[in-house]
Design a protein around this ligand. Structure first.
Ligand code: PGA
Length: 230
């Protein structure tokens, strides 16, 4: 594989999908199929309503799957109706997807708000995964994991060209790399078991944020399988 001994992150972003029963069914199917390998970092990001059940199922099954959230509050605990503070989530999640384009578009999330969320995540030991449109989207200080997700590719069946995603990742790494401490860049947008390899083989990419194709357990198992061969 190109790119040496890099990590491969496979992050399932379920968005606003799955009942608790459906989520547990997915975990029971996918969990036993994920190989225990330090460099293969499989993460599932369910809805808030499923988080604790999914977390429990992963622990009981002793599956090598991390649990993440799709968002968190830019504020600390307090009078913020509807919000989930990082300090309340930290027992449940290791990672949080922040600044997804669907949140920027539908909930008017600004770069400033994303930066506050990153700060909350870091203060509470949660790894922030910041979604960017390209090298010009700000990457807040302390963020080491970024997903390049061009809007045209999200949920459209029209992924970016792997070489282009690789170039964007290269620029992001140059811009936010050492001495700041290095950056791992993922690609997201219409990734499937058919095309995942083309992305993770790129030297500057180390995994993927997967929406639609992560909902189906069999398809996600195939994606994990493609990456396990590398
Ligand atoms: P998609 O979504 O895989 O369905 O294109 C990716 C994402 O929005 O993270």
């Amino acid at each position: 594989m190109d790119g040496g001994d890099k990590n491969i992150w496979l992050i399932a972003n379920w968005k606003s999908n799955k009942t608790i029963a459906e989520a547990l069914d997915w975990v029971s199917k996918v969990g036993p199929k994920v190989p225990k390998r330090d460099d293969l970092k499989v993460v599932v990001c369910p809805t808030f309503s499923c988080l604790s059940e999914v977390k429990k199922a992963v622990q009981v099954g002793n599956f090598p799957i991390m649990v993440g959230s799709q968002d968190l509050s830019p504020f600390e605990v307090g009078a913020y109706t509807g919000e989930e503070a990082a300090s309340l989530l930290k027992g449940l999640v290791l990672i949080s997807i922040l600044g997804h384009s669907e949140r920027r578009q539908n909930f008017s999330e600004s770069d400033e708000m994303v930066a506050k969320k990153v700060e909350q995540a870091l203060q509470n030991g949660i790894i922030p995964l910041v979604c960017v449109q390209g090298p010009d989207t700000p990457v807040p200080d302390g963020c080491k994991l970024v997903a390049y997700e061009p809007v045209f590719a999200i949920g459209t069946g029209n992924p970016d060209i792997p070489e282009n995603a690789n170039n964007v990742a290269k620029v992001l790494k140059e811009k936010h790399g050492p001495p700041a401490g290095g950056l791992e860049v993922l690609y997201g947008g219409s990734v499937t078991s058919e095309n995942i390899k083309n992305f993770i083989n790129m030297p500057n990419l180390c995994g993927s944020l997967i929406g639609n194709a992560s909902l189906d357990a069999e398809e996600f198992i195939k994606i994990v399988g493609e990456c396990s061969k590398l």
